[in-house]
Ligand binder design. Structure first.
Ligand SMILES: C[S@@+](CC[C@H](N)C(=O)[O-])C[C@H]1O[C@@H](n2cnc3c(N)ncnc32)[C@H](O)[C@@H]1O
Length: 291
């Protein structure tokens, strides 16, 4: 898989050469086709191979706000970049306009890559875009990405499931279309052996905190808040369910932030302590060896 490794500074540089049986399976984007591609949660290293190879085939790249500039910069120099980014209330393009741009560019015979943060089919409107393209007989392919829940939990140091603490994990939206009332199956989400990950949950933190506790989830349930997870700007805040709204305020957390509720979150702090103890023991051993 690799043809050469060289050491530059203290970094090992690996030049990757893909064997032909893998290369032959990389999707080839045809003129007039659209690829909906998951870009992962932010760290460019979390792009899939297919995502990278498709970005490099694009004539037009239509990007979400959650896609970082460094990932968008992987496009061919001559490819057109369209920013369809949206933050909570401010849309550069509306969803309808984005759908129309995809159709228009495909009809012009362009190879279109629609790049979305995380996974296109998890709270990413990928389903709506594929349906729209089908209505206009535009062929599309979908490349899954690492969703923010997986990226953020791993980079914050805890798993989403664990045989001792969480037998299931639920991905829930914390925000309803047109700012509608958030109505979830709170009693199911309140069960102790379940991890609940809230996407877009910041504005409804009080409601989430109240409803889960009203259905019996303990006030002490650990909560992890991960802002801009997997990026160089990642911030992680650990709190409890009853303290959740205050922790968001105190730390001035802004979107994109992932909210993870469940016992698994406590593993991060336990592991951090263990890692510090292990490092101390290693240092003591090496000091003794040198003495
Ligand atoms: C519209 S959803 C898009 C989710 C995306 N399709 C995915 O699979 O990750 C946007 C929400 O995902 C979460 N999110 C996405 N990227 C994130 C990141 N890097 N760090 C923290 N949360 C993130 C936040 O809750 C944000 O409000």
């Amino acid at each position: 898989m690799t043809d050469r490794q060289e050491v530059a500074g203290n970094k090992t540089m690996v030049n990757v050469v893909l064997p032909s049986h893998i290369l032959s399976r990389i999707p080839q984007l045809q003129p007039g086709q659209v690829a909906l591609v998951g870009a992962g949660p932010g760290d460019p290293g979390l792009l899939t191979l297919n995502a990278l190879m498709l970005i490099q085939q694009a004539d037009v790249l239509v990007c979400d706000r959650l896609v970082s500039d460094e990932i968008a910069a992987l496009k061919p120099a001559k490819a057109e970049l369209i920013n369809a980014g949206k933050s909570c209330k401010e849309h550069v393009l509306t969803q309808q306009e984005t759908n129309e741009v995809l159709v228009k560019k495909a009809k012009e015979g362009k190879r279109v890559v629609r790049l979305k943060g995380g996974d296109p089919y998890i709270f990413g409107r990928g389903g709506e875009e594929v349906e729209f393209l089908m209505d206009y007989q535009i062929e599309s392919i979908v490349v899954p990405g690492i969703t923010a829940a997986s990226g953020c939990s791993a980079y914050a140091g805890f798993p989403l499931t664990h045989r001792d603490f969480a037998q299931s994990v639920t991905f829930a939206t914390g925000h309803i279309k047109h700012d509608g009332k958030l109505e979830l199956d709170w009693s199911a989400l309140a069960s102790d052996d379940r991890t609940v990950v809230f996407y877009m949950g910041l504005n409804n933190a009080q409601l989430i905190c109240d409803n889960l506790q009203a259905q019996g989830r303990s006030a002490d349930t650990p909560v992890g808040l991960i802002e801009r997870g997997t990026t160089l700007q990642q911030r992680t805040v650990f709190t409890t369910l009853s303290q959740l709204p205050q922790a968001i305020k105190d730390n001035g957390l802004k979107p994109p932030t992932m909210m993870v509720v469940g016992e698994v979150v406590s593993i991060a702090q336990k592991n951090e302590k263990k890692a510090a103890q292990n490092a101390e023991q290693r240092n003591e051993k090496s000091a003794l060896a040198q003495a």
